[in-house]
Design a protein around this ligand. Structure first.
Ligand code: AHR
Length: 860
């Protein structure tokens, strides 16, 4: 708050503060939502000439339905009742729901609700409201049907939570409030209010617009902004005796199967659509070719057909399979899989091939398994015989004679004319995976993650965790056990998840790299952006016990001994020792609605009752402020949740000017923060030195608050070239190359060079200009295991900063320092840390080049 107040004082001193003309004590206000885009206000002293506030500032946005196509507010009706403002509006032409929210000041709005008023069908249009005089409730009226057949209905609510069944009514009562049309503004509601209300609204709009303008600052304007600025001198006084404990796993990674991060990415399987489960709906109908035979081709075409069947499939979780039907003259057919943009095959390495097959009509077939390069040269070949009318697994291993980055798998079937061969789970897996785990991870990509030295790994998302609608919620039990028995499903990012990289592989990876697992489970509600129903629906109450049991089972699977029901399943999968799970996240940036709160509370209570030591991470919405943030924190305070997961993707300017975000945190609260998703976003969404430096700068303040911020993770992590739904990401890759970004190296310098003790220090610049001081930041931590001191300095100025560093209380006359320096032009995308070694004394000088991040590890 202090920072915000200070910013506003600065803006006021620049004479940008709004100036109000003489205004009567009470004025007209018109509350409207142009084209459904959310609540705006205009005021007028005479009801004739209107002044738009903001002039287009949105005070309340509708949260109903997916972004883009929905989230609309039509016909807002605003009224004040018993000291509280209420707003009721209609949502669309379709659903039988209206929307409601309330506010004390018209600026901060409480959670929204979308009561289902027409459960048996029918829509809710043009609402009107008659507030009840005795209570805080109201009678809501609405129109239903279309223009040709209008009918009016009404329902009474005492608390805006429970509504009486809809009753048809002949007409609206005279006194009912409803939206009317006002030229130039649209439809909305007219009220008379004290002039002070307009001042509150104008202040809020002005404050927000001014701050957003400040946050929109980019380095592109630095030449002008810092014209004439000379090199700055800085003095850094580090008091080695003044310390506090901070989290020893502050930075970690956020893994989500977005941008082909899992299938075609980290999961080492080379065959795409190996179990013939792709479907057009995975892409929401956008790609008609995305069918069960996607990525497969059969040739010669005239010699046979590839059919997809689901009767007598491998198992209920994996119902579809392919049947090759030989035409009456044919005895040879080729079936090829193109992989994910081709397959990388390396000379002399071993590849494990497997498939499930049967001959539904009996007989025998020979199949030659070929690994080919892009020119059709055979790099490896082995044969096997298929027979029997029931499913049987076959496996061979192959070793290519040469390497290719664009190979493919070709199966050559030799059988009798007219025969049928059924196939499923056709897999080609490199033997060499990360730590040589079977069904493991692509070694180079996993190593790149390990090199970040993450303190924890979040999984499986992000939006993937709560899914696209109730049926798409990620269920961990579908992702363990033999791969052919796992239940694949549509990915919310519009492709397919094989679940080959499931919970077992995830926990194994965490253990292999020494990171805490941080699984995120849906809070009984799907992603607020779900295409069907979405956030407004929750798992039906009668199914919640089973859902909660699944969560308790996950904890037993992770931590129970090998004799427990779920511990036994883990042991059977090859891990008798418990994984030692400490955290579980419930929810992902959900809207904090009643539907959410009810379910979250049930899960929270059940987990705490059975596993009091498991630290639960709650959620506070997708932004750093606003209704979900406030309501989420309010719920956290009431339930005393261990941690909450904050998310914000903001411009670099936000990170520069919000370095005090956690300084004012109330440390007496039990709740700690997990900054679970953040990244600096510039227009065009690059990951460059400017974004990376703003993250490095902000992280100095996160580290300073490492006693309340327990964990943080940049998001998203991985992106495959040509399959990227979201930018920027931390690591870009294709099948052969990995391109860590500038931001990656910032994360690495925090993850690898980490401390568990924060060392107090003062940084003073000789130039006190506010915009200058905000661009230079420092952080000092000690790694108590090695005793090393880690000093981080960030300079986001276009000039160098000459610093003198004083290690107060240091006894040794000379020390050894390893320095990692990143510097360049803000738009550079290829900056990597430069390492140097130096000998320093307790008082030493260091130059920070323009636009640089320096990280020093000082040891005795
Ligand atoms: O990180 C990408 C997406 O951003 C996550 O899936 C979601 O949680 C957030 O909106």
């Amino acid at each position: 708050m202090k920072t915000i107040r200070f910013l506003l004082m600065v803006l006021a001193s620049l004479s940008l503060w709004p100036v109000w003309a003489d205004r009567p004590d009470s004025v007209y206000v018109f509350a409207y939502s142009p084209d459904g885009s959310g609540l705006r206000f205009a005021w007028s002293s005479d009801g004739g000439r209107w002044n738009r506030i903001g002039p287009d500032y949105c005070f309340l946005s509708c949260d109903y339905g997916p972004w883009g196509s929905e989230k609309k507010m039509f016909h807002p009706v605003l009224y004040r009742q018993n000291g509280l403002w209420h707003c009721v509006w209609s949502l669309n032409q379709r659903d039988g729901r209206l929307a409601h929210s309330s506010s004390a000041d018209l600026v901060h709005w409480k959670r929204q609700s979308y009561p289902l008023l027409m459960p048996d069908g029918g829509n809710c249009l043009n609402p009107a409201v008659l507030p009840l005089s005795q209570t805080d409730g109201a009678t809501l009226f609405w129109q239903s049907g279309d223009k040709a057949q209008k009918r009016y209905f009404q329902s009474i609510t005492q608390d805006y939570k429970a509504y009486s069944p809809a009753k048809e009514t002949a007409s609206l009562p005279e006194k009912a409030l409803y939206a009317c049309l006002r030229d130039g503004l649209g439809d909305g509601c007219l009220l008379k209010v004290p002039a002070s209300v307009i001042e509150t609204l104008e202040n809020a709009a002005y404050r927000s617009t001014s701050l957003n303008a400040l946050y929109a600052e980019t380095c592109a304007g630095d030449a002008e902004r810092f014209a004439g600025l000379q090199a700055v001198s800085a003095e850094l006084r580090i008091d080695l005796k003044d310390t506090k404990a901070i989290s020893d796993h502050l930075t970690g990674i956020f893994f989500e199967d977005i941008n082909y991060a899992a299938d075609g990415g980290l999961y080492a399987e080379l065959v795409q659509n190996r179990s013939f489960e792709y479907k057009v709906e995975d892409t929401k109908g956008r790609n008609p070719n995305w069918t069960a035979s996607y990525a497969w081709s059969l040739f010669p075409e005239e010699d046979g057909k590839l059919q997809i069947r689901s009767q007598d499939g491998l198992n209920g979780n994996n119902p579809h399979y392919a049947v090759l039907e030989f035409s009456p003259q044919a005895s040879t057919l080729h079936l090829a899989n193109e992989g994910f943009d081709g397959m990388v095959l390396k000379k002399s390495e071993t590849y494990d091939f497997s498939l499930f097959a049967k001959m539904p009509q009996g007989g025998k077939a020979r199949v030659d398994i070929r690994l080919e390069d892009e020119n059709g040269h055979i790099l490896a070949e082995k044969g096997l015989i298929i027979s029997g009318t029931t499913w049987k697994k076959h496996q061979v291993s192959l070793s290519p004679a040469a390497s290719t980055g664009k190979g493919r798998l070709v199966l050559v079937f030799n059988a009798f004319p007219g025969c049928q061969i059924a196939l499923d789970m056709i897999s080609l897996f490199p033997r060499h995976t990360f730590m040589n785990r079977p069904n493991g991870l692509r070694a180079d990509l996993a190593q790149c993650l390990a090199d970040l030295h993450p303190g924890f790994v979040r999984f499986p998302g992000g939006c993937v965790a709560h899914g696209d609608g109730l049926d798409n919620i990620y269920r961990w039990k579908n992702t363990i056990g033999p791969v052919e028995c796992r239940k694949s499903q549509s990915n919310i990012w519009r492709y397919h998840q094989s679940m080959g990289l499931g919970y077992f592989e995830y926990f194994q990876f965490c253990e292999d790299i020494g990171a805490e697992p941080l699984p995120i489970i849906a809070a009984g509600v799907p992603c607020q952006n779900s295409a069907d129903g979405g956030q407004q629906d929750g798992i039906p109450m009668e199914e919640m016990d089973e859902y909660i049991q699944d969560i308790l089972d996950l904890i037993e699977w992770a931590n129970g001994d090998a004799r427990s029901e779920w511990g036994r399943i883990r042991a059977k999968a090859g891990h008798p020792k418990p994984f030692n799970l400490k955290y579980i996240g419930i929810g992902n940036e959900d809207l904090i609605t009643d539907v959410f709160e009810e379910r979250f509370t049930m899960i929270h209570q059940a987990v705490k009752e059975k596993y009091p030591d498991i630290r639960i991470v709650g959620t506070v919405g997708p932004f750093y402020q606003g209704t979900d943030y406030e309501e989420g924190w309010d719920l956290a305070d009431r339930l005393q949740i261990d941690l909450v997961d904050e998310h914000y993707y903001n411009p670099p300017g936000w990170f520069i000017y919000n370095q005090h975000f956690y300084d004012q945190y109330d440390r007496s609260k039990p709740t700690r923060v997990y900054l679970g998703e953040y990244a600096s976003h510039l227009p065009g969404r690059p990951n460059n030195l400017e974004t990376a430096l703003s993250e490095a700068l902000y992280l100095t303040s996160v580290e300073r608050n490492g006693d309340v911020v327990e964990m943080c993770s940049y998001a998203p992590l991985l992106a495959k070239e040509k399959h990227t739904q979201w930018n920027p990401d931390l690591i870009y890759f294709n099948n052969t190359d990995i391109r860590p970004t500038v931001g990656y190296y910032v994360q690495q310098l925090y993850g690898r060079e980490k401390g568990d003790v924060y060392v107090n220090h003062q940084l003073r610049l000789d130039n006190p200009a506010w915009k200058v001081t905000q661009r230079v930041a420092s952080s000092v931590v000690r790694d108590s295991r090695s005793g090393d001191l880690i000093v981080r300095l960030v300079n986001m100025l276009p000039v160098s900063v000459n610093s003198s560093i004083h290690l107060q209380g240091e006894d040794s006359p000379t020390l050894h320092a390893v320095c990692y320096q990143m510097s360049g032009q803000p738009s550079d995308r290829n900056v990597v840390p430069q390492k140097s070694e130096l000998t320093v004394q307790p008082d030493f000088e260091l130059q920070l080049p323009a636009y640089s991040f320096l990280c020093l590890r000082i040891s005795h």
